[in-house]
Design a protein around this ligand. Sequence first.
Ligand code: ZN
Length: 162
Amino acid sequence: MSKNTVQDGLVVSMDYRLTVDGEVLDSSDDEGPLQFLAGYDNIVPGLEREMIGMKIGEKKEVVVKPEEGYGEFDEEAFMDVPRTEFPEDLKLEEGMELHLTNEDDQPQAAYVTSFDDQTVQLDFNHPLAGAELHFNVTVVALREPTKEELDHGHVHEEGHHH
Ligand code: ZN
């Protein structure tokens, strides 16, 4: 198979801009191209699917619906947790992101909606849940992953190791 197009198992470098409701939320302008390992759920599924088959240098505008982005906003995804469940020295702030573990031992992010001395209300929706995502992407480069990257299912960029 030709390795000149975006396909599962290749590391893709892309320039991108993410716009939601006309506001640019994120882009590669400051940090340079983003790398991801295609086929390993490194990016939202709706974007990855549209990028499969793109060539180096190719640009594309992709609109991703919530169900293929960060999910629909779920009114039920709020939970009240006793303050005692959290470390005493944890300084809570509204909107802060917490990294928790769910019943299946999977990492899960939650956001503090409100809190008092007794109770902390958590929101398990992703901040972009319910949003239609507009991506402008350009494929900058493609390469084979290292064996370690393939084993881990993600890219090891310089200075980052998981
Ligand atoms: Zn790793």
